[in-house]
Design a protein around this ligand. Structure first.
Ligand code: HEM
Length: 416
């Protein structure tokens, strides 16, 4: 039986998206008593959905494509053009394989070793400073470590500049007007930087570590012997550098959660499994990546609702992680709930759902979890600090959301 899809009342919901932010889809689902509805964004019809069953459909590659799914403005800043996020089928599988080849347990261990070294140095440096803005500092830690891991040379004197460029691609994602153009300029500069390195690798002027991201994307040849276009290779290397730097945001959320729920400090010292649960709960509760976008590949029906070919569909990642059908008291921060999580690839999707190899699920998810656990360990066991009076409000209408102060700490001491 066909049913008509519930519709948002507004003629166009773009202003509502900008004001409701992360809660845009969830609020409308709650009001309409549904997990799927239709609306218009920028005057175009869009289907919005949330929840485990919706995610299962969204990651069915017979039903959805990514080509032209992401808005152009995000490609110009956050993702880059021609990268893995916007391709489908066989070419996606081949490209994704290159990313997944960087994610062996051994390779992630090496990354963690490098990040750990940077934490040691950073804590020593912080103990000499009056105050530390944790977001900026953790982004630098991650930028130094990931560049080294990826085979990308980065002089000490350039760390701050490159970190800012990369960070700007992330913050400009949700910006309009001036900051959006700042993000575009920074992406261009960063792509030029990485293209230069790819050139040098291809001409033998630099020889990066064998399994490094720079080597993999600069040297890859497809079955016909063709190399990746230099600019696309640069976009893909930035698809490793940029999101690794973005883990700084999750680290700020870790510090925020430890501040709001200090009782977990003792639990983290006493229960070895708590570290994983805590990190998972931070990824579930805090706002990071709001939605994923796809287009209907060919007409189909689901739950009696018609999905016409070409229609843009948004899956609410944040809302699925807060879905009352899956999560008891979804707004409550309770890491212990992960003791009983069923591990479904569709009900807990802060970094996308489905399969890492065949879907668009985040290539860096395991690296992210391990990097967060390491950060938690340093913050709880290897340093002491104060959290002075500051504005910790997290504005849910802002993409990507972060505490207003970016988390300031003072009186840092290292604990040995
Ligand atoms: C894709 C989130 C860290 C590499 C994605 C997607 C999300 C996401 C939501 C898209 C899922 C979809 O479209 O279905 C995050 C978050 C991170 C993070 C919140 C934490 C900071 C990383 C890291 C790396 C990485 C550390 C690499 C080192 C990628 C790549 C894709 C991707 C290459 C595209 C995959 C594809 O299109 O097949 N990520 N990610 N991410 N992520 Fe991450």
């Amino acid at each position: 039986i066909m049913t008509t899809i519930p519709k948002d009342k507004a003629i166009d919901s773009t202003p509502a998206l900008l004001s409701d932010g992360y809660n845009f889809i969830g609020n409308r689902c709650d009001e309409l008593g549904t997990d799927v509805f239709e609306t218009r964004l920028m005057m175009k019809k869009v289907i919005c959905m949330r929840g485990e069953e919706a995610a299962r459909v969204f990651y069915d590659t017979d039903r959805f494509n990514r080509k032209k799914a992401a808005p152009k403005r995000l490609q110009k800043t956050l993702f880059g053009e021609g990268g893995v996020q916007g391709i489908d089928g066989e070419s996606h599988k081949n490209r994704k394989e290159l990313f997944m080849s960087l994610m062996s347990a051994d390779s992630i261990r090496q990354l963690l070793g490098m990040i750990g070294q940077e934490w040691e140095l950073a804590i020593k440096k912080w103990s000499t400073l009056k105050e530390v803005i944790l977001l900026n500092e953790t982004e630098e830690i991650l930028c130094r470590a990931v560049c080294r891991w990826a085979g990308v040379p980065l002089k000490d004197s350039k760390v701050s500049k490159r970190t800012k460029q990369i960070s700007s691609m992330i913050t400009s994602a949700g910006e309009i007007a001036l900051d959006h153009y700042k993000g575009r300029r920074n992406r261009k500069k960063a792509e030029k930087w990485i293209s230069g390195l790819i050139n040098k690798v291809r001409s033998g002027k630099i020889i990066p570590g064998e399994q490094s991201a720079l080597a993999v994307f600069a040297q890859h040849r497809d079955r016909d012997g063709n190399r990746l276009d230099e600019r696309v290779a640069a976009v893909e290397i930035l698809n490793v550098l940029r999101p690794t730097v973005a883990i700084g945001r999750f680290i700020v959320f870790i510090a925020h959660a430890l501040y709001i729920y200090p009782e977990y400090r003792d639990k983290l010292l006493q229960q070895p499994e708590m570290s994983e649960w805590f990190v998972q709960e931070v990824r579930r509760v805090y706002p990071f990546f709001p939605f994923a976008a796809a287009r209907v590949k060919k007409d189909f029906e689901w739950n009696g609702i018609h999905f016409p070919k070409g229609r843009r569909v948004l899956l609410d990642l944040y809302g699925t992680n807060h879905h009352a059908g899956t999560w008891d008291d979804p707004e409550v921060f309770r890491p212990e709930r992960f003791k009983h999580w069923n591990g479904s690839p569709y009900n807990f999707i802060p970094q996308g759902g489905g399969d890492h190899n065949t879907n668009h699920r985040c290539a860096g998810e395991w690296a992210t979890i391990e990097t967060m656990k390491l950060a938690l360990d340093y913050i709880v066991k290897k340093m002491r600090y104060n959290v002075p009076q500051q504005d910790l409000t997290i504005d849910m209408s802002n993409f990507p959301a972060i505490p207003e102060s970016r988390f300031v700490i003072t009186n840092v001491n290292s604990v040995s």
